[in-house]
Design a protein around this ligand. Sequence first.
Ligand code: ZN
Length: 674
Amino acid sequence: MKQSVHYFLLLLIAVSFSQCKQAEKEAPSASVETEFQWVADTVADLRILRYQVPGWDKLTLQQKKLVYYLNQAGLAGRDIIYDQNYRHNLAIRKALETIIDTYTGDTTTPEWQNLLAYAKRVWFSNGIHHHYGNDKFLPGFSKDYFSGLLSAAGGTLSEEAMTAMFDPEVDLKKVSSDASGDLVLQSATNFYAPDITQAEVEAFYSSRIPKGEKNPISHGLNSRITRNEKGQLQEELYKADGLYGPAITEMIKWLTLAAGVAENEPQKKALELLIQYYQSGDLKTWDDYNIAWAQATEGDIDYINGFVEVYNDPLGYRGSFENIVQIKDFEASDRMKVLSENAQWFEDNSTILPEHKKSNVVGITYNVVNVAGESGDAAPATPVGVNLPNANWIREQYGSKSVSLGNITEAYEQASGAAILEEFAHDEEEIARAKEYGALGDKLSTALHEVIGHASGQLNTGVGTPKETLKSYSSTLEEARADIVALYFMMDPKMVEIGLMPSLEVGKAEYDGFISNGLMKQLRRIEPGKDVEEAHMRNRQLIAAWVYEKGKPENVIERVTRDGKTYFNITDYDKLRVLFGELLREIQRIKSEGDYFDGKALVETYGVKVDQALHQEVLNRVKPFNIPPYAGFIQPEFVPELDANGEIIEIKVTYPDDFVRQMLEFGKKYSFLK
Ligand code: ZN
C-alpha cells in the first residue's frame, strides 16, 4: 500500500487496509543550500519537481545495470496506466503529442498556452481525470482549434474520444465513491467494459471466490472485465499474449536482463517468478513472486513492479500498473536499525498502562531508500512510502517490506521553501530551530512512528481487531497512536544517548512544527466550510487540539494574536511531553479495550470540526505564496556508455529539467500500446 504526501490528501479515501499509510507532513526544513533547481514547472494546481539520486556513484557497474534494466522495464509498461485509467486516454495523449511535437506556429497565444497546459495535466495525471480528485478536467481551448491543429499535424482522433475530451457531461469521474449509485457504471476507469454493472461484477466474484478461502489469491488483480458473445462476464488477463501484451513482452525483455545481473539468488528467483507471472497471468504465481520478493531483503537495489494498488478500482479488485526502482540509503537505514534494536526499551518506558505493554516487542523492519526511477501509477505523482505486499496472509506468514522514499521526501522539503514556516512560526527562535533541526526531527519522528509506534501495545485478551471494534475510527486512532509514540520519545534523552540526535532541540523543533501544523497549517488543504476528513489530518488535529485544551490551565501552549494573526507558542516543552504521554495512554487503552464509544468521542470532539474563522485566516495567509497543492516529478534519465562490442561500460545519470521534452520522448520511446 502506498503512503501519499499530505498535499494529496484533500479528500477522504476509504482505505480497506490496516497497514500504515504514513504521509508526509508539512516540510519543516527550509534550508536551500544547493544550486539544484528543485521546482521545474507549475501548471493549474500542480507543481513539477525534480529529485536527485544520491549514492549513484557508489554503485558497482553491475548494480547500475540492474537499476537501469529495472527502470527500463517500468517505462516499457508506462502506456498501461493510461489505458487502465480511461479507455480514451492513450489516443488523446498521442493526439496531443502529435500536435505539440510538430507545431511551428505562435506559442504565445492563449489557446496554445491552454493546450500546452492541458497536455501537461494529462501527462501528470496519466489521463484526462485529475490524479487525486478524480474529476475530469476540461480543455481551455475549443474543439475546432484542436481539430485544426490535429489535422494539420497529420493526426486523427475518433469522434468518441473527442467527445470524451470536450463534453462536460461524459465520464466525469475516474473513480466514483458515491455508493448511492452504481460504482462501476459511474466510474470512467477502464477496468470494466462500459456497460457492465456493479451487481454483475459482484455476482461474478461471489460465485468464483470460495467462502473462507485460506491464503486467497488476489482475485481480479490483473484483468479487465468484458462481456463474451453470450453476454456473460469474463476476465481478460494482462499478460504477454493477452491484454497489454506488447508492453508486457517488452517489460519481460528488460526484467530478464535484470535477472541476469541480480545481486543475489533470492533477488534473481523473485525476478524470474515475476517474469513467469507476466507470461502466464497466473495469480498463484503472483503470490509466489510476492513471497519471494518479501524475502529478498539482502540486496542494495530493490523495486516494485506490477499491478499493485487497487485504489483506482471502485470495487478494489484490479491493480494499477506501477514501477519504482530503489537504492538503499545506508545511513538512514542504520538509524532505523538503532531504533529497532531498542524497541523493548521504548515499550518499557512508554506511558501506556502496564497491561497494554508487550513483553517481547519487535520493531517493524523499515528501510529508507532513494528512488532511481518511477513509472505508471507511481509517476509523475509519487508516494513517499510504500508497504507491500498487500495480501494480508503473505504479510503475516512471510513478512513485508516497508520503505520510505528518502530522496523524494528531501525534494519536497527543498522545494517547499521557508515561506509557510516563517508565516506561522511564533518567533525567530522557532524559525532558527526549524531550519537547523527540522529536517532531522521529521526523519526521526517518521522512523519512530513506523518502527516503534506501529509495533507498540497489545490488545486485551478476547478483544477483536481494531478494524472490528473501532470501525471507521480505527485508522485515525492507529495513526494517532503511532504519531504520539513518536512525539513522546522525541523529547526523551534516550534519543541523544543512542546517538540519534545531537540534543533535545531536535525534539523541540518537532513539537513546534507539529502543533502549528495540527492547529493551523494543515487547514490550508481543506476547502472553506469543510470538515477534516482524511485520517492523518484528523489524527494530527486531534492530538494538537487535545494537548492545547488540556494544557490551558497551565498555559502550556499559548494562543497569541499579533497584528491580527494567530500563533501558537509552546511555553513548556516538558509539560507538553507529559500531556502527549497522557493522551498516548488513553488512545492505547481505547485500542486495547476496543472502546468504540470513547474512540469515536475523541476523534469527533478534537479531530473533525474546524474553527471557521481560523480556517479562513489560514487560507488568507497562505494565498499570497501561491503554492499549488499537488506535486509530481520529472524522472532522472540513465544513459549507458557502450564499448566497441556494444557492452555497457558505464551508466551516467542525468536530471532533465524540461517536463514537456521528457513526456514527448517517453511517449515515443515507450509507446507499446495502441
Ligand atoms: Zn502510520
